[in-house]
Design a protein around this ligand. Structure first.
Ligand code: KIV
Length: 296
């Protein structure tokens, strides 16, 4: 991949769009991250991300569910709208939750909600060839679609767990067919999750839209990770493909323990955290008579 072309990610004035993400293939690596609310959206945006996904991983890392199947459209729209208030530059993408796009009509209705109520600029849809009619209908309706193939967590029951995909030549051929089909249907990019780097490279070379990897090696056109994994805020399990850049969970715990300790030892609030009355009012305040209802 050539790296000598101008990288718009260094220019914070450039607002990212689905076409500009699509055009980034073979020019620069595309940086993506999930976010779920105003503050995580703002931090991810200010860090220079090109694309921010309100992922249905919300179900696990924010709402505490076992997998991604339980999050509802209403919850996703609520969090997408909150995230949109913090995102100024990156392309904001909302993840279609389980069964929200199982027919073309449902896909249109629910994706429409993400755009009009959630203020997203695009949606992500899990699946390959089986969801081609939905991708085509959404694209025709003017809603850009990020596709998602490989380990698609909404199919966890079918896969028998969060298991890597595309591990054989036959499975890789099926993934290439999926990738070509979603491109043909109009997707502006495609997420490749938990597949061997060899499969990832073949797919990346086969399609003309950007591939965004998560556990797909360093050969994809971009990378995406889950905010809570990167910052060490979710410890229930950490996939092998995650790199933690901070331990904010541990740092938060230590900070809150210090606060509890300070409250119990009466070290908080201190003078700097206390409001004081103007001098001229103190004498007046002392004259206030309080009727004590507990006195008989
Ligand atoms: O929901 C999510 O966070 C995702 C990304 C991991 C791609 O789908």
């Amino acid at each position: 991949m050539s790296t000598n072309k101008k990288n718009p990610t260094t220019d914070k004035a450039v607002v990212m769009t689905a076409p500009s993400i699509q055009a980034a293939k073979n020019t620069h690596k595309i940086c993506c991250m999930t976010a779920y609310d105003y503050s995580s959206g703002m931090i991810a945006d200010e860090s220079g991300m090109d694309l921010i996904l309100v992922g249905d991983s919300l179900a696990m890392v924010v709402l505490g569910h076992e997998n991604t199947l339980s999050v509802t459209m209403d919850e996703m729209v609520h969090h997408t709208r909150a995230t949109s208030r913090g995102v100024k530059r990156a392309l904001l993408v909302a993840d279609m939750p389980f069964m929200s796009a199982c027919t073309v009509n449902r896909a249109l209705k629910n994706a429409g909600r993400f755009i009009s109520e959630g203020h997203a600029k695009a949606v992500k849809l899990e699946g390959g060839i089986p969801v081609v009619p939905q991708i085509k209908a959404l694209t025709d309706a003017g809603i850009p679609v990020m596709a998602h193939i490989g380990l698609t967590p909404q199919h966890v029951a079918k896969f028998g767990g969060f298991k890597a995909q595309g591990k054989s030549a036959e499975a890789t051929k099926a993934l290439i067919d999926d990738a070509l089909a979603v491109e043909e249907a109009g997707a502006f990019c495609v997420v490749l999750e938990a597949i061997p780097v060899e499969a990832s490279e073949l797919i990346t070379n086969a399609v003309s839209i950007p591939t965004i990897g998560i556990g797909a090696g360093n050969v994809t056109d971009g990378q995406i990770l889950v905010y809570h994994d990167v910052l060490g805020l979710f410890d229930r399990f950490t996939p092998k493909f995650v790199r933690k850049y901070a331990e904010l969970g541990k740092a938060s715990l230590a900070a809150l323990e210090s606060y509890c300790d300070d409250v119990r030892r009466e070290r908080f609030p201190g003078n700097k955290n206390t409001l004081y009355m103007p001098e001229d009012q103190i004498a007046q305040v002392k004259k206030i008579k309080i009727k004590n209802r507990n006195k008989k």
